[in-house]
Design a protein around this ligand. Structure first.
Ligand code: ATP
Length: 319
């Protein structure tokens, strides 16, 4: 891949006799989000930590924007790469604003630039800067703290974000909201990111490509869609969750892809929006027991979606 933002080649790390990461290689393009998934202990975190040199590899190499990471000073490298890990840790005796400004301060930004960046990030993550900035972390909920953690990692405008279970340990609703926020933010900022997760659904929601790891190796690396349609090895099949395959494929597609024309009319009681997933449309159709559902935008019918079209996508072809 030309112009890869992150390139990992034959990266290997042992702990004693055990090989934690076994000669793995992959590339992440500029602006791409890659998820590393796999069971506990398969080497995901170790891989991530070799990229920002918190752990040094025994063999192999890491390139960041074409430069060998070994040639960069570890501190400078890490300041250019945001790093988020679950539950760690805002500094409890610092205000939210001070927490977010940690790296910009280290980099010697001037006060007005820091203040502007803190406000910008607080707004981006759905906070009122005047209200949230002076608070201490203990005054925030778990989900809010997690958001501040991600904001802090993005403070110095890193081009790369490494996230290790960033939304773990949150309730499902908060988690889903944060995942949506992350997706919106990364579209706006063009961030390149690697996300470690053991949650396949999270990988499907967040990543452009997914690497399935087992015992220190990557078994398959592919787009969510190709992974679902063609899981290559038994373990990948199992991990991807064959039983849910049809439903998962449906969650990758939007109603607008299948909408057919329909006469303009006021919205009926049951309808879907063009940006709803086919999975949502399917569950509504099952609930309603109908053959088709109105597609509604701004209170007017703009089209219809048919059950037969949805099932076709779920069972074989693309939308
Ligand atoms: N500092 C260390 N010392 C000794 N062994 C380690 C160390 N760090 C990781 N390991 C071992 O290396 C293997 C890979 O660990 P790693 O944390 O990368 O896995 P993981 O996929 O991120 O797991 P989890 O999802 O549980 O965090 C495991 O067997 C782990 O016990």
């Amino acid at each position: 891949m030309k112009g890869a933002m992150i390139r990992v080649e034959a990266l290997t790390r042992r702990f004693g006799d055990a090989v934690a990461v076994d000669a793995i290689g992959f590339e992440v393009a500029r602006g791409e989000v890659l998820a590393l998934v796999g069971t506990s202990g398969c080497g995901k975190s170790t891989t991530l930590r070799m990229i920002n040199r918190l752990i040094e590899p025994d063999k192999g190499r890491v390139e960041i924007a074409g430069r060998d990471a070994r040639e960069m000073a570890p501190d400078a490298l890490r300041r250019g790469i945001g790093y988020v890990i679950q539950g760690v840790g805002l500094f409890p005796h610092w205000t939210v604003a001070r927490n977010i400004s940690t790296v910009p301060r280290l980099l010697g930004w001037d006060r007005s630039r820091i203040a502007a960046r803190v406000d910008e990030l607080l707004e981006l993550f759905g906070f009122d800067p005047a209200e949230a900035g002076p608070k201490y972390p203990a005054a925030l909920s778990g989900g809010q703290q997690q958001r501040i953690g991600v904001a802090r990692a993005m403070a110095a405008e890193p081009e790369i974000l490494l996230m290790d279970e960033p939304f773990g340990a949150l309730d499902p609703v908060t988690r889903a909201r944060l995942q949506d926020e992350f997706t919106a933010i990364r579209r706006r900022s063009g961030l390149t990111a690697i996300i470690v997760t053991h949650d396949m659904d999270e990988a499907f929601r967040l990543a452009d490509r997914i690497a399935v790891m087992d015992a220190g190796r990557i078994l398959q690396i592919d787009t969510p869609e190709r992974l679902l349609r063609g899981p290559r090895e038994g373990f990948v099949r199992q991990f991807v969750g064959l039983d849910d395959r049809a439903l998962r494929i449906l969650s990758l597609h939007r109603v607008r892809e299948l909408a057919r024309p329909a006469p303009d009319a006021p919205a009926p009681a049951q309808w879907v929006a063009p940006d709803d997933t086919l999975r949502e449309a399917a569950s509504r159709l099952i609930w309603e027991g109908g053959e088709a559902l109105a597609v509604v935008e701004a209170d007017r019918v703009t089209g219809e979606i048919r059950a037969e079209d949805i099932w076709r996508v779920g069972t074989r072809g693309a939308a």
